[in-house]
Design a protein around this ligand. Structure first.
Ligand code: FES
Length: 190
């Protein structure tokens, strides 16, 4: 799926996959709370709603930091420790602000054998951003991650929620960066 840039001034919860680059709030919006409450009714156990609730909280607050985790625990009425464990296990949840375009490169074994580490270095150089940092204009952040689920055709790059594999050539990397600069995460293969 393609996720366009969220409007900076929107006070509505954003769809999963969209995120603000930063959060002006530490508590969830009323709409987001309502969405999480509605979500919880779809599962036999509230604990099962943790992942999608964290997605909503991350979209609403911009990242899934401690405040977001506590809010999810409060709204679902589940232990904070459980939410913390889930949020810190999965790399799709960001515990601190990320860029509008968060670029994740798999450097796990299969991708490493096919140039994952080089791709990661190239990406950092192209964007002039270091791992764990957000570029001064708020556009970019990069992260080295474990398996992105496309081990047979790596190295793999994920931009927000779009995954690109068979991604060895520099021209394609530049094309994705350039599309992002124009406000879009291009859909792989199109
Ligand atoms: S090892 Fe890179 S996608 Fe699985």
């Amino acid at each position: 799926m393609n996720h366009p840039l969220p409007p900076e001034t929107s006070d509505r919860p954003l769809a999963p996959g969209q995120r603000l680059a930063h959060s002006p709030r530490a508590t969830l919006s009323a709409d987001c709370v309502r969405e999480i409450e509605a979500l919880a009714t779809k599962y036999p156990e509230k604990l099962a709603a943790t992942l999608p609730a964290l997605y909503l909280a991350q979209a609403d607050l911009g990242f899934a930091g401690l405040e977001a985790m506590k809010e999810v625990a409060r709204v679902l009425d589940i232990p904070e420790g459980h939410v913390f464990g889930v949020a810190t296990f999965y790399t799709m949840f960001h515990q601190k602000p990320v860029g509008k375009f968060h670029m994740q490169v798999c450097t796990n074994l299969c991708c490493a054998l096919r140039g994952g580490a080089k791709l990661f270095e190239k990406l950092c150089a192209r964007l002039a951003v270091k791992p764990g940092e957000v570029s001064p204009d708020g556009m970019w952040s990069v992260e080295e991650v474990e398996c992105l689920g496309s081990c047979g055709s790596g190295p793999c790059l994920q931009v927000n929620h779009e995954v690109y594999d068979e991604f060895l050539d520099t021209a394609r990397l530049d094309a994705v960066i350039s599309a992002c600069r124009q406000g879009n995460v291009p859909v792989w293969g199109k």
